[in-house]
Design a protein around this ligand. Structure first.
Ligand code: NI
Length: 245
């Protein structure tokens, strides 16, 4: 079920039955020569909607933009500053808590979001502890690839998975948006290994085509289907455990 496709009365009825909500969050950033700019929010959304269908729980509109300052050396990338992302997460959670939502499960597609999103959670808890917020909320952030999905990724790609524009995320995006599959010559086959990064210019110098340590010419929509099914299983289990915590 998608929040965006419900009426307010339907949401009210849902809240009589359960108070959990799934929010996909990603980024708008380059993913190398054959990866889509939307990879991180498309993958998170695809898995979140799969969980929503499986469990009959609500999925909020995707928070597409994330903290991607290090990708701004590549055309088409956009970022929220960490402080902006914190405010976006805080305001979305607080707004929906007014109506009775209490458990917010963020399915994440982008590692760069982790610090800011978890800081936003701490901000929300601090507001409650200090008597500044009326509603007690609980939030969790989970990367779309859980334990089983990481094992499958390892079987499929091993060391070629890499750290950015990974084989698995490119495959999952190809499965979700097959009309947008890109053919590109990737040279070198395996991108430079991770050596960290600072700002956008530094990132571009270290990783000239945008990839880190990956060989996503190995990606395929067929792999993406397997990754999708496994990730939905992982995230459905994690969401249910979170509701009971
Ligand atoms: Ni990504």
């Amino acid at each position: 079920m998608q929040l965006a496709l419900c009426t307010w009365q339907e949401v009210q009825d849902y809240l009589h039955r359960q108070t959990g909500l799934i929010i996909p969050i990603g980024s708008v950033e380059q993913h190398g020569p054959n990866g889509l700019i939307g990879t991180d929010h498309l993958t998170a959304e695809c898995v979140a909607r799969g969980v929503g269908e499986r469990l009959g729980c609500l999925v909020a509109p995707t928070l597409a933009y994330g903290m991607s300052q290090h990708h701004l050396g590549f055309t088409g990338s956009a970022t929220l500053k960490p402080s902006t992302l914190m405010l976006v997460v805080r305001d979305v959670v607080q707004s929906l808590s007014v109506h009775g939502f209490r458990r917010f499960f963020f399915i994440n597609g982008h590692g760069g979001n982790i610090a800011s999103v978890t800081a936003a959670f701490d901000e929300l808890y601090a507001m409650r502890s200090l008597g500044e917020a009326a509603e007690p909320v609980r939030c969790r952030l989970a990367f779309w690839a859980g334990r089983r999905t990481r094992a499958l990724t390892n079987d499929l790609y091993g060391e070629s998975e890499g750290g950015h524009a990974t084989c698995s995320e490119v495959s999952l995006a190809q499965y979700y948006q097959p009309q947008a599959i890109k053919q590109a010559q990737l040279s070198p086959h395996l991108a430079p290994a991770s050596s960290g990064f600072f700002d956008a210019a530094d990132y571009r110098t270290r990783y000239p085509d945008g990839r880190i340590g990956s060989a996503p010419s190995l990606s395929s929509p067929e792999d993406g289907k397997r990754l999708f099914e496994t990730a939905v299983e992982d995230m459905a289990e994690a969401y249910q455990a979170f509701l009971q915590d």
